[in-house]
Design a binder for this molecule. Structure first.
Ligand SMILES: *Cc1c(COP(=O)(O)O)cnc(C)c1O
Length: 396
């Protein structure tokens, strides 16, 4: 009966019934007029989620990783210098991809648990008086450590040096669950996917592209074919797709956008914050520690939690699954065995969050963690009682 329980992994997230039904449609002829009438409103609504009026939204049948590749290959050439901070598994993987595309990658090494260091980015950009750095890459929400970085601060650091580099942001685990402002932060490439904040099945990369990034396509020489923005933009302009579109996912995305706007984006962010605060109260009550080094870095979509020394977090997540049929995120990379993660994004209510806390408490107790059964749940209950949700604004 595993399927009865919500998952507490930070993606893919729980798919609400409403979206599962919306994706259950028969085959649609993607060359028929009703397909083209679906596209324009979908892109217009996605722009609202990115908070961009000047940008263009492009989708591909791919996971978020495909979105990274599309962003890089459409706008850069082999040998181009890019500046990027590494502070977790996802920033690490993006760096690895840049290296494999033969970009000249300059890495700012950070402690895992820290965020993107705007001051260090600024220093490096100030020293780059010849403007060799073509792109600045930042992971908005580092899903491995539960750290949210300040993209506005990175933008300010870039502006302070008048540096013309483009800003690339991975917002896979933040878009549609934490505030994201593509235009205000002048993000040139914002990469996301369908299976996190949008609460859908995996399979669609969703990318916000600025006018400056579109212009960069003309000179970018990285090889690309499937992910070529030019083919996609030309086809989309005619209400079509350059190859077979993922129709069922698009039907789901239509409904997902409706759900997000019915709740209201700001309410969606507020719900994620409130649920995350309850989780953090529980962590505190257990006497455990988050990987995120300071409160300003706390992610509202995922919490990475250190287990006490001499415990192995993989045993905990395995046991939670085997004994209670509940999935939690394992520790990735440097965090492996040291930390587990509670994903709390997408379709989630206070009550669902409490059930996850109760399950992991049982698993910890079984494995003789020095915690009090009910302590974390109780702390979260107190928080949720104090800051009640408006039932109307809960995810369906
Ligand atoms: C999930 C995620 C990705 C993309 O992963 P896919 O499995 O390719 O969808 C990228 N970056 C971050 C921060 C993520 O959380």
């Amino acid at each position: 009966m595993t399927g009865q329980n919500p998952v507490f992994i930070p993606g893919p997230t729980n798919i609400p019934d409403r979206l599962r039904h919306a994706m259950n449609i028969p085959t649609v002829d993607h060359r028929a007029p009703d397909f083209s009438s679906l596209l324009a409103p979908m892109f217009a609504d996605l722009k609202k989620v990115f908070k961009t009026e000047t940008g263009t939204v492009i989708t591909f049948p791919a996971s978020g990783t495909g979105g990274w590749e599309a962003a890089i290959t459409n706008t850069l050439s082999p040998g181009d210098k890019v500046l990027v901070a590494r502070f977790g598994m996802f920033s690490h993987r993006w760096i690895d991809m840049c290296e494999r595309h033969n970009l000249d990658v300059e890495v700012i090494e950070c402690q895992w648990g820290d965020g993107a260091p705007a001051d260090l980015y600024g220093k490096r950009l100030a020293a780059d008086t010849n403007h060799e750095i073509k792109a600045v890459l930042v992971t908005h929400n580092e899903t491995a450590t539960g750290v949210r970085s300040d993209i506005g601060a990175i933008r300010n650091a870039m502006d302070a040096t008048d540096h013309p580099a483009m800003l690339y942001v991975d917002c896979v685990s933040s878009l549609a669950s934490m505030d994201f402002r593509m235009d205000e932060w002048q993000v040139d490439l914002a990469v996301s996917g369908s299976q996190k904040g949008f609460m859908l099945a995996t399979g669609m990369a969703i990318i916000g592209v600025s006018q400056k990034a579109l212009n960069a396509m003309d000179t970018a020489k990285c090889p690309r074919c499937f992910f070529d923005f030019r083919d996609m933009i030309a086809a989309n302009a005619k209400g079509s797709y350059p190859y077979t579109p993922p129709i069922q996912l698009m039907a789901g995305l239509r409904e997902s956008l409706d759900m997000l706007f019915e709740e209201g984006l700001e309410n969606v962010y507020a719900r994620h914050f409130r649920i995350a605060e309850g989780i953090r109260c529980a962590v505190n009550a257990w006497g455990l520690r988050l990987c995120a080094n300071t409160p300003d870095l706390y992610s509202d979509t995922v919490s990475a939690i250190y287990v006490p020394e001499s415990f192995d977090s993989n045993q905990l997540t395995d046991h939670a699954y085997d004994a209670y049929s509940v999935s939690f995120g394992i520790g990735l990379g440097e965090m492996n065995k040291k930390a587990f993660r509670i994903g709390h994004l997408g379709s989630l209510t206070d009550v669902m969050a409490l059930s996850g806390l109760a399950a992991i408490e049982m698993a910890m107790k079984d494995l003789k963690y020095p915690i009090e059964l009910g302590s974390g749940v109780g702390a979260a209950q107190e928080y949720y009682r104090q800051f009640k949700c408006n039932a109307q604004s809960q995810a369906a």
